[in-house]
Structure formats: C-alpha cells, structure tokens
Ligand binder design. Structure first.
Ligand SMILES: Cc1ncc(COP(=O)(O)O)c(C=O)c1O
Length: 431
C-alpha cells in the first residue's frame, strides 16, 4: 500500500486511518472526501519540531491555506503552533471566522485589491507579503489612512529552478510572482519599502515551487536570499528579522515518488543557514516555511462510486465515476498522478487497466489514467489516495455538480467539516 494510513480489513475493504472506507461510503454517500486528523497533526508536528530544533523557538511553520481552506482546519493549526498564509480576502475571512490569531497570518498574493488590503490591515493581521511596487504603495497609503503601520515582508524571486513541473515552479525570473533578485529590482523594491511611511519592513519571502524532494534547492534559494540580505545591510544598514522560504516539500502521490525525510532536510537546511549567517556576519533571522501539500495531501482520500465501465474496442477501459474534475481538477489541469485502489474489493486481483473518467462534460475531464483495478462494475467503490491538498480548495460547480462533503476522521469521533453541496445551494447566488 502507498503509506501506513492504508490497509485492508477482513471484509476485503480498504481502510483509511483504521476505518472501513466502504462503510463510510455507505453512511455518507459518494463522492466523499475523507481527512485524517491524526495524520494531519502528525505532519504538523514533523515541521513544528524540526523547525524548533533546527532554527530555534522563534521559527514558525505557516500552513499554506490554499491547499485546504476550511474553518475546521484553523483550530487544529493553532493548537499545533502553526501560523498560516492566506492569499485572498476569502481565505483571510475563513481563518478569522475560525478564531485563528490574526497576528499569525501572512497575507500573500500578487493581485490584492484595495478592499482586501483594508480588510487585512483592519483585522490586524501579522504581515503582508508584498508582491509588487504598486502593492507596496497601496499597502502603505491604505495603512496610513487607517492610522496604522503595517508589518510587511517582500516577496522576491531568487531565480532558482527546483526542477519540478512548470505549473508549480514559481521561483524563476520569468514568473508573475514577486520581484526578481537577479535584475537588481529587488534592491530597489527594498529601498522603496524602507521609505514608505505606512509600512514596517521586517523581512523577505521566496517560494521556489512545489513537489520538491530534496533540500538542496531550498539551500540554493536561501543562499541567494542571504546574500541579498547581506548586500542590503551593507547598503542601508537594514537588518532582516524574518526570512520565509516558502513551501514545497514533495509528497508521495504514487509509489514512484520518493519519500522526503522532513526532519533531516530541515536539519541540513538549518545547519547551512546558520553557517552562512556566521560567514556573512548576519544575525540569524527568524525562519518561516509554508508547507501546504506535505501537511494535508496524505491526510486525505477521496471515494467515488463507479457508474459504468466502457470498454472501447481497441481503446481504453473507462471506469466512469460519480465525481470528476468538479471535485478534483488536478489531473485535467496538469496530469497530476494519484494512486487508485478498489475500496470494496481491495483483495481482488487488479486485472484491468482502466482510465478513471469523471462525469463532467469535457473529454479531458479524467481523474487518472493507467490504473490497475479489479474489473470495475456499477456500484463498485474507488479510492483515490493522497488527495487532501489542492482538491477541495480547487473544486468547482462545473456542470452544477455539488461539491462533496469532507469527513474528518478522528479518534474522538468522526465529524463532517464541510456539508455536501445540495441543489438549493447551487442556485442560492442566482438572481
Ligand atoms: C507562496 C506559496 N507558499 C506556499 C505554497 C505551498 O506549497 P506546497 O503546497 O507545495 O507546500 C505555495 C503553493 O503554491 C505558494 O505559492
């Protein structure tokens, strides 16, 4: 099995977090998202402990809310000693509704509107991660007009290629996020921030991409950021207090993906950064990292019911299910790989190679290709593993298919943390 959250019970049913997935499907219906609270907390603790040990107690992991943003997530994060990043007024609103401490929030995003800036400043959030010179002026002016001085980090692009796929590779020069180091614009950006009266520059942020399986791209990014901090200090005397290295450790979606040793990777990174700070006479900044998928991906699993099997003469076998790109667009978007198992016949021989097709009206609306399953028939249950990240948060109502519910599996008792979207919900914004 892909990881130790999965198993097979005496009934031949797939188990997730020790629970019978076929029974859960019967009780809650499908499509259904499952989320394991234990796994989620375990992943949080890996980061929290490794960062405290490596970087010291003033470091803090921030959860990348974009990967799974539901109110129920935030009390768990708060208890686990996390901060969080938000990238929109909607994510900010969600975190605040959940009572998450505003001063632990970092407001990201390259297209913040004045309304969102006012909302963030007014809510007293910890930091804006400012993405452009225009935004810098706007945050400064709006904060001043509200009688506040807003703490900020500046998002810089260090020009590192982490060799991940293009859609999740964000640290290159030619990208729509941040201000590049290599062209000299970052220095001008920092000097502009030091002159802006409505903001207090505290530090810098970079995010080089996602699904990164080695710590060395982070080391290379950190080197460039630290060199920049050194140059800025020499030029202006400014001492950087926070360095945020973004998110991105990879997760095992399939058995072909390597496993990242997060504690060892963070320890190696911490050693390197401490050594560089010593060498370049820099005060050790407070470190932030922003894991998203490595917190929630393997804590999630999705269940579908097969509606039909289409065996195309000379072509593929399509197992058509009751969900699709409306609840998980990642395969349609960038051919994201997942591991798929039969949930109700987990011991049967996986003797048919299938394409798992969604129900949405797009020929590219597949969920996965080339998966081996016991020849599926109507009513069979299919489980897609490691779906906790960028799935619920990317779900849509395409074809007016309602979003599935999310069931949090917990030793203290399972509970729904998002309801199934029903027909009345689908028309509630229509005028
Ligand atoms: C700025 C920023 N931080 C953190 C993340 C989280 O990345 P991951 O989910 O791969 O850990 C992302 C992902 O897009 C991001 O853009």
């Amino acid at each position: 099995m892909l990881n130790d959250t999965l198993g097979i019970n005496a009934a031949g049913h797939l188990t997730f977090d020790g629970q019978d997935t076929a029974e859960l499907a019967k009780e809650y219906g499908t499509p259904l998202y499952l989320m394991s609270e234990d796994r989620l907390r375990y992943n949080c603790r890996l980061y929290r402990q490794s960062m405290t040990e490596g970087f010291g107690p003033d470091s803090m992991p921030l959860f990348a809310g974009k990967s799974f943003c539901l109110t129920a997530m935030y009390p768990i994060l708060a208890e686990e000693g996390f901060g969080a990043d938000v990238v929109s007024g909607g994510e900010l609103y969600t975190a605040l509704c959940a009572g998450f401490p505003a001063d632990r929030l970092y407001f990201h995003g390259n297209g913040k509107t004045d309304r969102e800036i006012r909302f963030g400043v007014g809510a007293g959030i910890g930091y804006f991660v400012v993405d452009s010179p225009e935004e810098l002026e706007a945050v400064s002016d709006l904060a001043r007009s509200m009688g506040k001085k807003q703490k900020i980090l500046l998002r810089l692009t260090p020009g590192i290629d982490p060799h991940t796929f293009a859609q999740v590779n964000t640290g290159r020069l030619d990208c729509q996020f941040g201000v590049p180091l290599e062209t000299g614009e970052a220095m001008a950006f920092a000097e502009q921030a030091l002159r802006c009266p409505g903001v207090e520059l505290v530090g810098f942020h970079c995010h080089i991409g996602s699904q990164i399986f080695s710590w060395t791209p982070f080391r290379d990014a950190a080197d460039r950021m630290l060199r920049f901090m050194r140059d800025l200090k020499a030029k202006t005397g400014f001492v950087t207090r926070i360095l945020n290295l973004g998110g991105g450790f990879g997760v095992r979606y399939t058995e072909y993906d390597p496993e990242v040793d997060i504690p060892a990777s963070i320890a190696a990174l911490a050693e390197h950064i401490k050594a560089r700070c010593g060498e370049w006479d820099l005060a050790m900044p407070q470190l932030r990292m922003e894991p998203g998928r490595s917190i929630v991906a393997d804590a999630g699993l999705s269940l579908y019911t097969v509606q039909a099997l289409k065996r195309i003469e000379g072509g593929k076998n399509y197992a058509v299910v009751d969900g699709g790109m409306s609840d998980n667009p990642r395969y349609a978007l960038y051919q994201a790989s997942y591991t798929v198992y039969s949930a109700n016949r987990a011991n049967d021989p996986a003797d048919m190679v299938c394409t798992v097709a969604g129900r949405c009206c797009e020929s590219g609306a597949l969920l996965q290709e080339g998966v081996s399953l016991p020849a599926p028939k109507r009513g069979d249950l299919i489980a897609m593993c490691c779906t906790g990240a960028y799935q619920y948060s990317m779900a849509s109502n395409y074809n007016r298919v309602g979003r599935p519910p999310v069931l949090l599996l917990s030793g203290a008792g399972n509970r729904l943390i998002a309801k199934r979207e029903e027909y009345p919900d689908l028309v509630k914004l229509d005028l």
